[in-house]
Design a protein around this ligand. Structure first.
Ligand SMILES: [Zn+2]
Length: 192
């Protein structure tokens, strides 16, 4: 653990003021994820920060959050994107959960081109937002839920088969009719 990260650990009490510090741990994790799953983000200036407090949004604890730097912040810091990770919450997670959590944050970033051909960063919403109780009552009543249902089903099959296969969804015009394809993975790809 880097010195700065030890410092934030010491300050992690309720009475301490909110404090942010750069996280080399999260940065290293994110760089690996960018290389493997988000190569389009490789040239972005992303800063990864620990926060010494738990974070709550909409009454629920959030482990991490991502924001696009405003023009002001960008001009002051040169960063394009800011990832804030709650130190106390993140350190409760397993390695696998930590990795998925940072992959989740990076998945919020979409890069498009503006009219002049310059990269334009967007923070996109989740594929699906729904209550479990509504799904229970009404089933997969919208195309995004059908998509999620298929993903969950494929993951369950994959886990049952000992993580030998991943089912990849083809980008689709009509989400309901999106086809499912199975791809064999090289062993090293499965061990993430
Ligand atoms: Zn999210």
């Amino acid at each position: 653990m880097a010195k700065a990260e030890k410092a934030i650990q010491v300050q992690m009490t309720n009475t301490e003021p909110v404090c942010f510090d750069k996280s080399e741990t999260v940065e290293a994790l994110a760089k690996d994820l960018i290389r493997k799953y988000h190569p389009e983000l490789a040239n972005l200036e992303i800063v990864y920060l620990w926060k010494n407090k738990l974070m709550v949004k909409g009454g629920k604890e959030v482990i991490a959050q991502i924001t696009k730097a405003s023009a002001l912040i960008k001009s002051l810091t040169h960063y394009d994107v800011i990832v804030i990770v709650s130190y106390p919450a993140f350190n409760q997670l397993t390695d696998k959960q930590q990795r998925a959590c940072i992959d989740h944050e990076l998945s919020h970033v979409l890069i498009e081109e503006d009219i002049a051909g310059n990269p334009k960063i967007q923070i996109v919403a989740h594929d699906v937002e729904e209550f479990g109780s509504v799904i229970e009552r009404h089933g997969l009543y919208m195309s995004d839920l059908v998509m999620l249902g298929r993903v969950v089903q494929s993951v369950l099959i994959r886990e049952k088969n000992g993580a030998k296969k991943v089912i990849k969804l083809r980008p689709m015009e009509d989400p309901v009719d999106r086809a499912i394809e199975e791809h064999e993975l090289a062993d090293e790809s499965i061990l993430d």
